[in-house]
Design a protein around this ligand. Structure first.
Ligand code: SAM
Length: 147
């Protein structure tokens, strides 16, 4: 299984790039995180076109949005386990300054929130990859995650 993070926003600040890569590198090949960065466009509808083009075929789409469903890290680990059993790749979408296009959000299988606060997209990216790594460690019984 591959976890695609498709994110509007390139030229990330160095701290975000370093932190993102730190977690990306910790993931094993059979649960790899692949980041696709897209250049911001004039509005979310235009960005949605680029996002759709960047989506690998047949992926299960999850939109990241502060109005999405609350998911605990344990829930995410259970989700990850189910995704791995399905053998489907997953695409997690992060919007730009004006968020994700409403039509694109409807196309997603679900919307997930990382916090009820609005995060800058660089921060959302770092938190997402850390949570994916943490979820993976839960499935492995790895001591990174302490209950
Ligand atoms: C700066 S935010 C956009 C905020 C935008 N005004 C909105 O209402 O969605 C950029 C992106 O970061 C992600 N994001 C920000 N806060 C989030 C949160 N609390 N939970 C999940 N994703 C979040 C979303 O994908 C969002 O499209």
């Amino acid at each position: 299984m591959k976890l695609w993070v498709i994110a509007v926003g390139h030229k990330m600040p160095a701290w975000a790039e370093t932190a993102t890569q730190d977690y990306v590198k910790r993931m094993p090949a059979d649960c790899a995180i692949q980041i696709k960065e897209l250049k911001p466009d004039l509005n979310p509808a235009k960005e949605a076109i680029k996002i759709r083009e960047a989506l690998p075929k047949g992926v299960h789409i999850i939109a990241l949005d502060e109005r999405g469903k609350d998911v605990s890290t344990k829930d995410l680990a259970n989700q990850m386990s189910a995704w791995r059993q399905d053998g489907k790749d997953i695409a997690l979408l992060i919007g730009g300054a004006d968020g994700l296009d409403p039509e694109l959000k409807k196309e997603a299988a679900s919307m997930m929130r990382l916090s009820s606060m609005t995060l800058p997209h660089a921060m959302a990216r770092v938190i997402l990859v850390e949570q994916l790594y943490r979820a993976w460690t839960i499935l492995q019984g790895h001591p990174y995650h302490r209950v």
